[in-house]
Design a protein around this ligand. Structure first.
Ligand code: NAI
Ligand code: MG
Ligand code: ZN
Length: 277
């Protein structure tokens, strides 16, 4: 038995047993023990199952995802969104749910071939959907996004989007566009969002961000010029904050928070944080 969580494409839906999670548009089903259920018990609950996917092994036990058409009531259970679980739940289980969410979303959105419109089928033992007519394979979609902490000595540049929790300021972020390197994307995003120039770009680490399928590439960069002009619609406010007078910051499991905490630790001589997976 290998401890921990390992993803796999090798599970057979016809083999009974194992564990399962159930997902609807309202999130994952939970009972008092959390989001993992004995799979055979879950399958007896008369759920509107849209698709079933074998997703991995947790401490050696096979784990399946039941994708549901709707968030039906199951006695003793409730539905909880992935973001809420990220903030409070067990880290390994969060990885299981994050992977399940991405596989479920991708399979649901690739039922038909994007080229000819015919129904696609799941390729056995591979995480791919296949169109026989076009000989086309579609793999799970991952969207690379740059995230950067821009600093100027004792000051750090943080911004807030109208979508954020009230009061919270975070690092700048944005999706890569075709034709860009990670560094080019970062420079463009910082220019677009605050009209600031940066230098000495340093890669700090990455994080899977399953909302719905981002791969966050985290950087540190130094200020090189320009005055902050916040981008209309995208950025509600952006400011230089002194490291001793910070606003409410993003959740501790986010790479945004890690980039901020790491800079503070190095600047102020504290213990360095660990990058959350
Ligand atoms: N883990 C973390 O610490 C943080 C993660 N993020 C994530 O970073 C990602 C990018 O951040 P944003 O500032 O929202 O991006 P952004 O600055 O590129 O703007 C978002 C806009 O980009 C467009 N867009 C959406 N999906 C896209 C895609 N796959 N490719 C290209 N364009 C797309 C849409 O018009 C959307 O309104 C998001 O998934 C966000 O949730 C953002 C901040 C912190
Ligand atoms: Mg952005
Ligand atoms: Zn096709």
């Amino acid at each position: 038995m290998t401890p921990g969580w390992i993803t796999t494409t090798l599970l057979d839906n016809d083999t009974p047993g194992g564990l399962a999670v159930a997902r609807s548009r309202d999130g994952f089903l939970h009972d008092a023990n959390g989001p993992l259920f004995p799979r055979e018990w879950l399958k007896r609950q008369d759920l509107p199952v849209f698709a079933e996917h074998g997703i991995g092994h947790l401490d050696g036990e096979p784990v399946y995802l039941l994708e549901l058409d709707s968030a039906v009531h199951v006695p003793g259970c409730s539905w909880q969104g992935l973001r809420g679980f990220m903030l409070q739940g067990d880290h390994t289980l969060y990885k299981v749910l994050g992977y399940a969410a991405q596989i479920g979303t991708w399979a649901r959105e690739h039922r038909f071939c994007g080229s000819c419109g015919q129904a696609m089928v799941q390729v056995p033992r591979e995480r791919a959907m296949y169109c026989q007519a076009c000989d086309l394979r579609s793999y799970p979609r991952i969207s690379p996004s740059m995230i950067v902490l821009v600093t100027r000595g004792d000051e750090i540049l943080l911004a807030r989007s109208p979508r954020f929790v009230t009061g919270v300021y975070s690092t700048l972020a944005g999706f890569a566009e075709p034709g860009e390197s990670a560094e080019e994307c970062l420079i463009r995003e910082v220019r677009e969002e605050v009209q600031v120039e940066v230098k000495n770009i340093q890669y700090m680490g990455s994080q899977c961000w399953p909302f719905p399928h981002s791969m966050m590439l985290g950087f540190h960069a130094e200020y090189a010029g320009g005055d902050i002009v916040a981008q209309a619609d995208e950025i509600e406010d952006a400011q230089w904050f002194n490291v001793h007078e910070l606003p409410p910051l993003p959740a501790s499991r986010s790479i945004a928070r890690y980039l901020i905490d790491l800079y503070l630790a190095r600047r102020l001589g504290h213990a360095e944080p660990v990058l959350p997976g």
